[in-house]
Design a protein around this ligand. Structure first.
Ligand code: XLS
Ligand code: MG
Ligand code: MG
Length: 411
């Protein structure tokens, strides 16, 4: 029987509560979960897709986040401030409006990011040949730092997706990287000044990599490329600059996200983390966290919990275009938050699971070969122990599906 339009929201709400397993807004607020303006405002549009949802302003998005229990909001400089108003009176008015909306809904400001990809001024990238483009880029990142301090941010993010080209040979990659570093240096210098003025700590400046778009070729396509860039000597304050990896952006190029994160942690550069999901070697589909790769996500969170990551988890995903405006805040955001919390708590269970612990300890103890220089003896000493790798993987799946608590299916 067809479901008339005026009964559909009620159906969605009834099935949402039938799903159960939701956390209260108070519980959700205990996690460092941040909600981007652009995720809430996403209307379902893409290169081949017209929007499916109406526009929505920042005050409504902040209100919805507050109600759901997403305790932090973040934005690009131009998500709500028109490009022409940046660093002018118009900006001050909007920033005052944002402050008010945040305070009214008990939502804090976590991060500000400079949009260096959308406006026509960035057609040649944020580090184009023309000096005035580069001066404009400096102006923009300095202004972003100012907005960040004004609103109480702790992080600034930069996604240099337009640092690259469609056709090869016209730009010199070494020049581009040097010029891009100049902009980051301008941001850090401004931050040092502004933080002192506001008597606040400086921001953590986070680079975000994405391998395949929007340029055809990207100069800093992966988090690892960015680690090398940070350590290249081009930055005047490399200690202020780290990474904002995005789960899917690592998966997109075929990486193991957990290994990418491990390399960032090893370098002490995992500052911020964009959470979502998707598929290997595809475009940036930005699906809600845990909908595609929940087991991999569990493993990622085990790694982050074991190594004390305490930065934000930023819901940088796109509510699907099949989800209505009602569904965005009734289904999409609350379920994304709750899957994250569930996986985070499960990761805690993994860390205290006695079977995993004993298996891991046994692997680390090794078999105790009498002569560690004898390949055959070393191999033999560990042969049976190494079966534990598969046993641990099985145990992780059991924890994911609840089988460790005795859940079984009878045939
Ligand atoms: C785009 C990026 C973007 C950054 C911030 O793919 O994920 O949303 O997170 O500019
Ligand atoms: Mg992102
Ligand atoms: Mg993405």
């Amino acid at each position: 029987m067809p479901i008339p339009e005026n009964q559909q929201q009620a159906l969605v709400s009834r099935l949402m509560s039938a799903c159960g397993g939701a956390y209260s807004p108070e519980t959700r607020r205990k996690y460092y979960i941040t909600g981007p303006q652009w995720a809430g405002a996403y209307q379902g549009q893409a290169l081949f897709h017209a929007p499916t949802r109406p526009e929505i302003g920042y005050a409504d998005i902040i209100r919805h986040y507050g109600k759901i229990g997403i305790g932090y909001w973040c934005t690009h400089d131009t998500d709500v401030i028109p490009t022409e108003a940046l660093a002018k009176d118009g900006q001050a008015e909007i920033v005052a409006g944002i402050k008010k909306a945040l305070a009214e809904n008990n939502v804090k400001f976590s991060m500000v990011t400079t949009e260096t990809f959308h406006h026509a001024v960035w057609a040649g990238g944020p580090a184009a040949e023309a000096p005035e483009v580069r001066e404009y880029a400096k102006f923009r990142v300095r202004n972003t730092v100012d907005i960040g301090h004004e609103l109480g941010a702790n992080f600034a993010v930069y996604w240099p997706g337009s640092l690259g080209y469609y056709v090869q040979g016209a730009i010199d990659e070494l020049d581009s990287l040097r010029w891009y570093a100049d902009a980051l240096n301008a941001a850090c210098d401004r931050d040092i000044e502004t933080a002192a003025k506001y008597k606040r700590a400086t921001l953590k400046h986070c680079l975000e990599a994405k391998p395949f778009e929007p340029q055809a070729e990207i100069l800093l396509p992966t988090s690892d490329a960015m680690l090398a860039f940070i350590a290249s000597g081009l930055l005047t304050h490399p200690e202020m600059v780290g990474l904002n990896p995005e789960y899917l952006h690592e998966l997109m190029w075929g990486a193991a996200p957990r290994a990418s994160l491990a390399r960032a942690l090893t370098a002490g550069k995992l500052f911020h983390f964009d959470i979502n999901d998707g598929y290997r070697l595809k475009h940036d589909v930005d699906i809600g966290v845990g909908l595609v790769n929940p087991l991999d996500w569990l493993n990622v969170l085990v790694l982050l919990r074991s190594h004390g990551y305490n930065g934000p988890f930023n819901l940088d995903y796109k509510p699907p275009r099949t989800t209505s405006a009602f569904g965005v805040f009734e289904v999409s955001f609350p379920t994304a938050v709750d899957r994250f919390i569930t996986l985070w708590e499960m990761a805690g269970e993994v860390l205290s699971d006695p079977i995993i612990k004993e298996a891991t300890d046994a692997l680390k103890a090794g078999g105790g070969a009498a002569n560690p220089h004898d390949a055959e003896a070393v191999t033999k000493a560990n042969r049976e122990l190494l079966t534990l790798h598969e046993l641990i993987a099985h145990r992780l799946v059991q924890i994911l599906i609840g089988a460790h608590r005795g859940r079984v299916f009878s045939a």
